[in-house]
Ligand binder design. Sequence first.
Ligand code: NAG
Ligand code: NAG
Ligand code: NAG
Ligand code: NAG
Length: 403
Amino acid sequence: MTRCKVTVFAKELSVRIKKEVREGKFLIATSMIIFLSMASLVFFLGMFINNHARNFFLSEDPYFPQLSTFSSSSPTPPCSYIFCNCSLSSSHSKLRDWIAPENVWHSMNDEELLWRASMVPQMEFPFNLTPKVAFMFLSRGSLPLAPLWEKFFRGHEGFYSIYIHSSPEFTREPPASPVFYNRRIPSQPAQWGWPTMIDAERRLLANALLDFSNERFILLSETCIPLFNFPTIYNYLINSSQSFVGSFDDPRAVGRGRYNKRMWPTVSLSDWRKGSQWFEVHRKLAVKIVSDQKYYPIFRKHCNPPCYMDEHYLATILTKLHPEMNSNRSVTWVDWSRGGPHPSRFVRKDISMEFLNRLRHGFNCTYNGGRSSMCFLFARKFHPSTLESLLRIAPELFGFDHQ
Ligand SMILES: *[C@@H]1O[C@H](CO)[C@@H](O)[C@H](O)[C@H]1NC(C)=O
Ligand SMILES: *[C@@H]1O[C@H](CO)[C@@H](O)[C@H](O)[C@H]1NC(C)=O
Ligand SMILES: *[C@@H]1O[C@H](CO)[C@@H](O)[C@H](O)[C@H]1NC(C)=O
Ligand SMILES: *[C@@H]1O[C@H](CO)[C@@H](O)[C@H](O)[C@H]1NC(C)=O
């Protein structure tokens, strides 16, 4: 039927064309032929691209160009959590950088920094976070024992963070030191014995607190050395139920004698404690220290030489704030046995494995409620001349110390 009709139509058309050509209407006939062939071309082309066109219009949402590009071009489903394996989403990597910033430099002043560092999440982390130990170096200039620390840290990336507070005029980066490179924080002049030293310590803590994966915070100087290998020290600190801030009541003039009555009633003589500057604290205490606005101004005003804020401030406020969280002992060994205002400094000839082993196992203390001979994890003060000897015994120092 249809075929017949088409044939009839074609016949009529040809007759008509002939007729029209005959009648001299050649131009009209030509236009009709062109029109018909164009129409069929459009029809078949439409059939061909139909599927593509449908896909195109359904997937391309003009209002969410990024979203649709993401869903149509990514073979794997988009990430829903912060630490999934996803390099496409910039907002996720921004959040990751906010949780554990890679760059330690910033333009905040102390007030802004302390405020920001005082933030505490009120919920559990919705992902796994490997707890890190923050090693905070308070140094005047360079770190002469850096090569020993390099050996100590090597292979344990992801379990530690490093922060260096040095004199602001000291801007030289440690050359070829992957561990210490770019770890300097914005620093201010800090003077031994003066409140500016506490400011430097709080600045270090605050910078380290910005990384939410930092769980323990240890203050070290450029003359400090580690006494055990990294895993031993890491486990010792991460597993510890208490912090290690030296704190004791010294009845002598160099203890209670430095108490100033004007601190009363905020700080009374019975609260007054003394302790080593070289502290180790849990994150919870670190937040308390950076956000202290009650005791800090009192100490700053009334504890100036011969009262040394770095020997009394932390020892006293932790006793006031969280006595149960402190072991009251420092994990950094120092030798006061020779007397005088400064502890002994060790030079090349003093270094031997026997000497270090005495520091490693020659004491009695309490650890997590039990007795332990492992009381010190770090030691000071080591002169730069000790580096060579220390590097020589480093394999023994770091190699075989299974707790
Ligand atoms: C992320 O993906 C890369 C390549 O697909 C892979 O090598 C890497 O191990 C993944 N990382 C994690 C944390 O899954
Ligand atoms: C300390 O933690 C490690 C894992 O981080 C664990 O293997 C070890 O048994 C713990 N030690 C103690 C004494 O709790
Ligand atoms: C540390 O000292 C405080 C205050 O004197 C005390 O309450 C606390 O029990 C001490 N901690 C230990 C482990 O001795
Ligand atoms: C530590 O304690 C043990 C056993 O109580 C004792 O034998 C040892 O002499 C003590 N060591 C020191 C350095 O006090």
